[in-house]
Write a protein that binds this ligand. Sequence first.
Ligand code: GRF
Length: 221
Amino acid sequence: MPSDRLSTIPIVAVGEVPIKIAVLVSGSGSNLQAILDAAASDPGFPAQVVVVISDRPGVKALDRAEAVGVPGRVVAWGDFCGREEFTAAVCDEAKAHGAEALILAGFMRILSPEGMKRFPNRIVNVHPALLPAFPGTGAVAQAIAHGVKVSGLTVHFVDEQVDHGPIIAQRIVPVLPDDTEDTLHARIQAEEHDLYPQVVEALANGRLRVLGRTVTWEAAP
Ligand code: GRF
């Protein structure tokens, strides 16, 4: 395999943690809360949320940030001419706060490739389905409509395509006969809240390695 396909997250040296992360949101922010709670409950948690960036004002995620004294910023999609400008503004805001990684948590916008250039292998997303099944919006409803017996969630690196980058972790959630979109999504989210902080921890501790599409986890120290 050509060496340029081997991409690794550098091991973060002692003294460089916690790394600074920006969490990108569009709505409720329950995954943001899970990350904030993980950091608050563990003094050794290797990531610090330095800013929460929303593409829309007035969302609950911004209230969650304010409640713990984390700066919340709105980079409104409608204020920009297109994806390139919007992405540049999001990255500028994140960098202005010293962020070294972007953690997408219910963020409903697609970043342009410029984002991946500025945060290489440092943008992560959580999706409420077992990718590559049901990418895009309405994933939970799509899964129910398709009649699948199991669905779940995927945490993945973000690349130039929607819900497509290398998969970091997945969890299976059974679909029950009487599930609605809301009931299935609630069980998926409970798993997200457990898994996403673990991925952030592994990323921040430099324990994730990417070879082509395959992500491997190094053992915890
Ligand atoms: C999550 O279910 C996530 O998988 C999807 O959007 C939802 C965001 O929820 N991308 P929240 O804003 O973190 O509560």
